[in-house]
Every structure is written in C-alpha cells, then in structure tokens.
Design a protein around this ligand. Structure first.
Ligand SMILES: Nc1nc2c(c(=O)[nH]1)N[C@H]1C(S)=C(S)[C@@H](COP(=O)(O)OP(=O)(O)OC[C@H]3O[C@@H](n4cnc5c(=O)[nH]c(N)nc54)[C@H](O)[C@@H]3O)O[C@H]1N2
Ligand SMILES: Nc1nc2c(c(=O)[nH]1)N[C@H]1C(S)=C(S)[C@@H](COP(=O)(O)OP(=O)(O)OC[C@H]3O[C@@H](n4cnc5c(=O)[nH]c(N)nc54)[C@H](O)[C@@H]3O)O[C@H]1N2
Ligand code: SF4
Ligand SMILES: [Mo]
Length: 580
C-alpha cells in the first residue's frame, strides 16, 4: 500500500481519496475523484491551524496542557463533565475519546445538527436507512436533485450524472438548476405538498405498477386518499409550482430509471421527517425501490455495517439544546458550537457559566476564543485513521503522510487519559484493524464496507411486515405569513465554520436593499447585522445566509424536530430592516 495515500477527513458526501505529493494534496485519476478534489483541499495548507496549547490565554506546552486537562477532570464530579463532539473530522478514530469519557463516567451527547429528521422519516417508512449507492445513481436515466446543491456539497456526483435528464427542486436557482431540464423553484418547506401532489397525479394519469404496490406497499390507497385532502389550486399557488410543471416532471420520470437525490435542505424543519417520508412515498409510487438504477439517495449512515470497538455507554444530553451550564467542565472536540448550534445567544449564555471550557480542535473560532484550555489537534495528514462515507460504500485508509511536532491526535490524547485514570485501551493498530475487518476488497481493488446492499430493499422493506409504511397524517403549515423564509445552505468557500466563511446576507433585489449596505435580520430568537448581496437566483420571499456565516444562528431556534432529535435551522421566519 502507498503510504502517501490518505483520504480527506472532512464532513462531506464525497470522502475523497487523497495523494500527498511533496506537500501538495492531489486526487486519484481513477475512482470517483477523477483527478480533482475541491477548493477546501486545494487550499488546505493555507489555513492557519492552532499550534500551541493555551490555558487562560497563556501559551503552555503540550505536556502541561495534558496535565491541566487531567487536573480539570479530577476537580469535577464525573456527572458534571460533558464531552461534546462535532463533525469537524469524519474519521472513525475520532470516537476514541467517547471511549475514554464513557468509561470515565462523563456525559456524552445525542441528537444531531445535521440530517436526523430526514433519517427518522426514512426509517419510519422503510424500517432502515440504506442508501442508494453512487454506482446505482450512475445507471439511472433521470436524476431528481431535491434540496441538494451538488456543485457545492458533492461535486464528485456531477461526472456520474452528466448527460442524464436532470430535475431540480430548490428555492434557490443553484448552478445545477441553471442547466436542468426542469427546475421547480419551490417555496421553502413545501416539499411535502409537492411530493404528495406528484403521487396523486401519477396515480391518476399514469399506470402505477399494481403488483409492486400490492406486494410492497399495500396501504397505498389510504395514502392516495390522504393526498386528496390537499387543495390543489390554492396550494400550488402558495408554493410556487404550476400544474404544467407537475405534468412535465411526471412525463420525464414515467417508465424511466429514476434516482431521487435528496440533501439536508428539505428537512431542516419541525416536520422534516414527514417531508422525507412523503418523498419516499412518491418514490414507492414510481416503483423505485429494489430496482437497478433506481432509488432514493440521502445521507446514509456512514457507520452502517461497522460495529464500534469503543465503549460509548453513557448518560447523554441533546447536542441541539445542550444546557452547558449544567456542567462544570465541557470538553469540545471537532466542533464550533458557538457558531454552528442553533440559538447562539442561548448557547453563549449557557456556555459562559461553565467553569472549565476545553476546546480540542484545529482552528481558532468563536469557541476557541472563549475556551479556558485549548488543545491543538493534529490534522488528518499527521495521524493514522480510516473513514467511511454517508454517500458511497468505500472504506478509506487514512495514512499519516507527514510528521508534525505540534498538536496531538485523538488516540494519543485518549491514551494519556486512559493511562492516568486506569481505563483499558487497546493499541491504535488494534482499532484500525478492527475497522478494516468490516471491509472487503472489490474487483477494482477498492475496499468497501462488507454487506452493504448495492440495490437496497431488493425484495422488501425492513419494516416488521416488509411493507412500506406511509404517512397517515401530516401537519398543515401554510398559514399566511408575511415574514420571509430564512434558508441557510452550505457555502462553496467554507465547510460549515471552517475555512473562508461567508459574510453577507443574500436578498432578492425586489426587496429594495442596496448592495453592501448593512441590514438587520431579525427573528423571534435574535438578530444579526450583515452586509447585503443582491441575488435574483433567490425567490423573493427568501433570505439566504450561508451556514458558517458569523451570527446566522442568532436567528435560529433550538427546538427539536418532531422525530429524529434534529436541529431545525429553517423553521424560523425573519424580517429585514435597513441599519440606520
Ligand atoms: N462546500 C461545502 N460542502 C459541504 C458542507 C459545507 O459547509 N460546505 N457541509 C457538509 C455537511 S455538514 C452537510 S450536512 C452536507 C449538506 O449538503 P446539502 O445536502 O447539499 O445541503 P444544503 O447546502 O444545506 O442544502 C441543499 C439545498 O437545499 C436547498 N433548500 C433549502 N431549503 C429547502 C426546502 O425547503 N426545500 C428544498 N427542496 N430545498 C431546500 C438549498 O437552497 C440548497 O441548495 O454538505 C457537506 N458538504
Ligand atoms: N444555520 C445553520 N447552522 C448549521 C447548519 C446549517 O446548515 N445552517 N448545518 C449544521 C450541520 S449539517 C452540521 S454537520 C454542523 C457542523 O458543525 P460543527 O461540527 O461544529 O462543524 P464545523 O463548523 O465545521 O467545526 C468543526 C471544527 O472541527 C475542528 N476540527 C477539524 N478537524 C479536526 C480534527 O481532526 N480533530 C479535532 N479534534 N478537531 C478538528 C475544527 O477546528 C473546526 O473548528 O453545523 C450545523 N449548523
Ligand atoms: S469534495 Fe469533500 S471529501 Fe472531497 S476533498 Fe473536498 S471536502 Fe474532501
Ligand atoms: Mo452536516
């Protein structure tokens, strides 16, 4: 095996293999990277990392930082210690700290800031979340990009879908929307209605595969009746879709191999799970599950098929509305909660009451600014690891490609703590081997996670009776509201709050604000002042602030989705006023 071969550690669908070549990061010519990475990795070395540990603002040595951490832990009751881990590095060894903190008796987190509502909807309908792999998307004729922005967040999907019929459903005219065969610029939070109306019209105007539905989804008629409760004309008008567009979409997908590629955009809402489940139901109506080149792709479970070697049994509190002030010591790893959690004002107040705030990360940010103890991590280039993806089935070795004197790896920090507190820990090699044992080598030499299905749900679903479970009711939420929708998608220049963060609010020019003028955006949760960029790629009723923009989460609510214990970043409405 080449030891200059690693894989990008970032929280990203693509999980690219990376070759380290004389200080440069390069893509493999073959495999899904096809010779290119992305702006984050192309400029990776330009982003300054933290090199020296600090305690109360003063630089200290790494050994001193380790001892300080030990003292801090000893000075707190075990149930007053919180381990809060984000997704700054997606590799599997990140969890080794969970092993230490669980075994020690500290509190960990559950819930998600990311994809949990959508995943809950998938599991309710299908009984499990088995993702449509890239190899199957490549075989489809038609691809519906539904609340995903592939040029920004999954650019290695693009070569696979080149030349196919493309349908895009998004409130924002994304790059792929501009060249799509059909673009539906939907009002945010309306996808459930669209999916249900598509189901209804497909049943009326096209031939559903009765045998398929009888076998796999015998409650279809009841669901069809539920779709009939929607008032077509009023709802279409409200959500910004025409009857013609519904017809066009159904024509494009009828009797074709269709891949529905969903992103997190559709589900950042209280009822996000129902939205995803309604889209799944439309896929069932089209007969897409269990057939080659057909299906629904979302964020799969990157750990599907892998049993963790680590102890992770612990009391847990939600990472969406964490009451930090309940803890004397908070250890934050690979996360920037002061920027990325919802309701920043609440987070700030709660976290400011923590006696010992420890930040274990790569970059300076809002959280490192207020932390008492800062421990620099080693980046993925300087440690051995292994990773999987939530979009494809490969298991990628991440070899240490260079030595570095600064920072410490998650394994080494955990090894120190486990030794000091007499907790058992195996060698790093043991764990890496453990993970790799869940992979097999494919014909092309690529390692893939064993037992992941190429065509998920080939015979039936994973529900108790093997049938798809349709929504039986849904939350109507189309009450008139003059306020604007806040959408907070991912930025091309940052990875959430890492790298080059956006600084603007994007508004439709019809709202009448001047470029670069300062405006105050406010919601029931708080306000943020940002400079304006006008963009007519937006709907007139939308305000766009990219994830990672400082202050965006002043506006968002820390309520949970109804299902899936997920954050709901887009549930709030906002208003915009000129700063005087
Ligand atoms: N460059 C870059 N890449 C990233 C990230 C990053 O920050 N930057 N973050 C990574 C992470 S953590 C994740 S989870 C993934 C997520 O990546 P994606 O799944 O692509 O998620 P988003 O960019 O949040 O949203 C995708 C699209 O949904 C649209 N959208 C918003 N609201 C709605 C709605 O109500 N209905 C519909 N139909 N569409 C809607 C947005 O306009 C956007 O175009 O990306 C990963 N990759
Ligand atoms: N408004 C709004 N808010 C959002 C979102 C949104 O779409 N809109 N998206 C949400 C989503 S989907 C997600 S996933 C979250 C992400 O939120 P976070 O998980 O907080 O992600 P980042 O902002 O990327 O911060 C990750 C941190 O990890 C650190 N890091 C990187 N590599 C390593 C490493 O190897 N070791 C250690 N110890 N640290 C490392 C870096 O210093 C970086 O500051 O944000 C959520 N917040
Ligand atoms: S596309 Fe994603 S996985 Fe690939 S190099 Fe960029 S951030 Fe990393
Ligand atoms: Mo995410």
């Amino acid at each position: 095996m080449q030891n200059n071969l690693t894989a990008c550690s970032l929280d990203c669908y693509d999980a690219c293999a990376v070759v380290y070549d004389e200080g440069k990061l390069k893509a493999l010519k073959d495999g899904h990277t096809q010779g290119f990475l992305c702006p984050h990795l192309n400029h990776y070395s330009k982003h300054e990392t933290i090199t020296m540990p600090r305690y109360k603002g003063k630089e200290i040595s790494l050994d001193e930082a380790k001892v300080k951490l030990k003292e801090i832990l000893e000075s707190s009751n075990k149930n007053e210690i919180l381990h809060y881990r984000g997704s700054g590095n997606f590799a599997l060894m990140q969890e080794v700290t969970d092993h230490f903190f669980s075994s020690y008796g500290a509190v960990l987190t559950d819930g998600t800031l990311c994809d949990g509502a959508g995943e809950a909807g998938i599991i309710e309908g299908r009984g499990s979340n088995k993702n449509m792999p890239l190899s199957e998307i490549a075989k489809s004729d038609v691809v519906i990009i539904w609340g995903r922005n592939p040029h920004t967040t999954s650019s290695h999907l693009l070569p696979l879908i080149k030349g196919k019929e493309i349908i895009v459903i998004d409130p924002l005219k994304t790059k792929i929307a501009k060249t799509a065969d059909l673009f539906i610029q939907i009002k945010p939070h309306s996808d459930l209605y669209l999916a249900m109306m598509l189901t209804r019209f497909f049943h009326i105007h096209h031939d559903c595969d009765e045998e398929y539905l009888n076998e796999r989804a015998s409650e279809f008629e009841e669901f069809y009746e539920l779709t009939q409760t929607i008032r077509i004309k009023a709802v279409l008008e409200d959500i910004g879709v025409t009857l013609g567009q519904l017809g066009e979409l159904l024509e494009l997908v009828n009797n074709k191999k269709v891949a529905i590629v969903c992103g997190v955009g559709i589900q950042k809402y209280l009822d996000g799970s129902d939205v995803m489940r309604a889209i799944d139901a439309f896929a069932v109506t089209l007969g897409l599950f269990g057939k080659e080149g057909c299906g629904v792709s979302y964020l799969g479970n990157s750990k599907e098929g892998i049993i963790s070697p680590f102890n992770s049994k612990a009391k847990r509190v939600s990472k969406v509305n964490t009451e930090f002030s309940d803890f004397k010591t908070v250890f934050i790893q690979g996360a920037n909660p002061l920027s990325q959690m919802p309701d920043s004002q609440r987070v700030k107040e709660s976290i400011s009451k923590v006696e010992n705030l420890v930040y274990f990360g790569l970059y300076e940010n809002e959280t490192s600014e207020i932390a008492d103890l800062i421990i620099p991590a080693k980046s993925f280039l300087y440690k051995d690891d292994v990773r999987t993806s939530y979009s494809h089935n490969a298991m990628m070795s991440m070899n240490k490609v260079q030595e570095s004197d600064s920072g410490i790896s998650e394994y080494d920090l955990s090894a120190y703590l486990c030794k000091e507190f007499r907790i058992e820990l195996e060698s790093q090699e043991f764990y890496l081997k453990h993970f790799k044992n869940f992979s097999v080598q494919r014909m092309d030499g690529c390692l893939v996670v064993e037992d992941r299905e190429i065509t998920p749900y080939r015979d039936d679903f994973d529900t108790d009776d093997g049938e798809f479970l349709f929504l039986e009711e849904f939350e109507a939420h189309n009450a008139k509201n003059e306020q604007l929708h806040l959408i907070t998608p991912k930025s091309a220049t940052s990875l959430n709050s890492q790298f080059n963060r956006e600084e603007h609010v994007y508004l439709h020019s019809s709202l009448g604000f001047v470029n670069e003028s300062e405006v105050i955006i406010s919601s029931v949760n708080g306000t943020v002042t940002l400079r304006v960029k006008n963009s007519n790629d937006l709907r007139e009723d939308c305000v766009l602030i990219y994830s990672g923009t400082r202050g965006v989460n002043n506006l968002t609510s820390s309520k949970h989705s109804f299902d899936g214990k997920s954050a709901i970043f887009q549930e709030n409405r906002v208003q915009v006023t000129q700063k005087s």
